[in-house]
Design a protein around this ligand. Structure first.
Ligand code: RB5
Length: 149
């Protein structure tokens, strides 16, 4: 998938705010259109307040792909994955970001803002935005995710 001509929504709490700002600046500078869902400072907030609107918009088909962050990434990913059409993958390195697209058809990249380097996060985002789902044997597995017992 190459989504460089799409709008990419991004959201974080205070724990991901500085990394979010870095990503927005750098992605804009290479021509990627980014829509910021907040938060807008390092003041403490509840990650749910920013993540729910972004996840709902991806779930509704408004954007094919999104980026979310919090300090650990866990709160953001758990919240986003409440939406049935969202597959939010918490990734810590470049290989995991690539695999999340190739094997899981993840549509939201989740980053642990307090635990990885900004430069790594930027490379992960670039890869996530340009890597295709492999389909094949993974298609069936992805379809089975929503078939809870
Ligand atoms: C905020 O202190 C922190 O709890 C949050 O960013 C995140 O790590 C939650 O999962």
């Amino acid at each position: 998938m190459d989504v460089r001509n799409q709008i990419i929504p991004i959201a974080s709490d205070h724990g991901g705010y500085e990394m979010k700002t870095y990503l927005i600046d750098n992605l804009k500078s290479i021509g990627i259109e980014i829509l910021d869902y907040g938060t807008n400072s390092t003041e403490s907030v509840d990650y749910t307040d920013m993540i729910h609107p972004l996840a709902k918009a991806v779930n509704d088909g408004k954007y094919p792909i999104g980026i979310i962050l919090c300090g650990s990434g866990n709160g953001a990913a758990i919240t986003a994955n409440k939406y049935p059409k969202v597959r939010a993958a918490l990734c810590w390195n470049i290989e995991l970001a690539k695999l999340a697209r190739q094997h899981n058809n993840a549509n939201i990249l989740t980053l642990p803002g307090r635990f990885i380097e900004n430069e790594t996060a930027l490379e992960m985002v670039k890869l996530f935005l340009t890597t295709d789902f492999e389909g094949g044997r993974h298609q069936n597995r992805v379809e089975k995710i929503s078939k809870i017992l």
